[in-house]
Design a protein around this ligand. Structure first.
Ligand SMILES: C[S@@+](CC[C@H](N)C(=O)[O-])C[C@H]1O[C@@H](n2cnc3c(N)ncnc32)[C@H](O)[C@@H]1O
Length: 219
């Protein structure tokens, strides 16, 4: 049995999100088995960046608008968040973003060719703080193995979390991983350059949480 890093939250879908999900789905949302390459999805050879678990999508929107020279894929299983991002993509006429609503592990392991990605972002992944749930955490060695294959050599993995225990676990696993080099030299990174403030980060700050950033380069 494979362990999922998420539970399908139903959440409340607003009227605007419902409209976006029905009217904009075909324009922005990929088939679950779409091949993750810039050529297949965007018909060009611009660098391909992937955000996993984009939540409401504000950070992805900000990155994509700031960098029209890149293509972006966002993966998220939370439908209200997908609807929110779709309406933003339409509002700002963003053309360099597509969305997958499949499980990130499956997208990466089954539909992403070797070295297809130039950068990956995982910002504030579900922390699963209870000890008996920690096996659900996304950033574990099997996931790092598929990321290492999907990233091109020198491609960059950007992680941030507001849970110290998870941050230290990420650091330990990445330091031990043969395919990644720490761009900070050792230990945690300073705030990742141009990392947008996400909804979960804002929530963590209100709760008095710290933030830990990690930046690793594919060997
Ligand atoms: C704690 S939220 C953080 C959202 C956003 N990055 C932020 O900082 O506001 C984590 C998100 O990851 C998504 N997620 C978790 N596991 C996933 C998976 N295997 N594939 C796709 N999305 C996933 C969840 O649905 C959730 O919306």
């Amino acid at each position: 049995m494979t362990i999922r890093s998420f539970v399908r939250r139903s959440g409340r879908t607003t009227q605007g999100q419902k409209r976006a999900l029905s009217q904009l789905w075909d324009r922005y949302v990929l088939q679950p088995d779409a091949k993750m390459t810039a050529a297949a999805i965007f018909g060009d050879d611009k660098p391909l960046h992937l955000e996993i678990g984009f939540g409401m999508g504000d950070a992805l929107l900000e990155m994509a608008r700031a960098h029209p020279e890149n293509n972006y894929i966002g993966i998220e299983v939370y439908q209200p968040g997908v609807g929110h991002l779709l309406s933003l993509l339409e509002k700002y006429e963003v053309e360099n973003v597509r969305v997958s609503t499949a499980d990130a592990m499956q997208v990466l392991s089954m539909h992403t060719p070797l070295s297809a990605l130039d950068a990956v972002y995982v910002y504030f992944p579900d922390p699963w703080p209870k000890k008996r749930h920690q096996k659900r955490r996304m950033i574990q060695t099997p996931f790092l193995n598929v990321l290492a294959k999907a990233l091109r050599p020198d491609g960059v993995l950007n992680l941030a979390t507001d849970w110290e225990h998870y941050a230290r676990q990420m650091l330990t696993l990445l330091e031990a991983h043969p395919d990644f080099d720490n761009l900070a030299g050792s230990g945690f990174s300073s705030r990742i350059p141009q990392r947008p403030l996400t909804k979960f980060e804002q929530r963590g700050i209100k709760l008095g949480h710290g933030v830990w950033d990690l930046r690793y380069q594919r060997r």
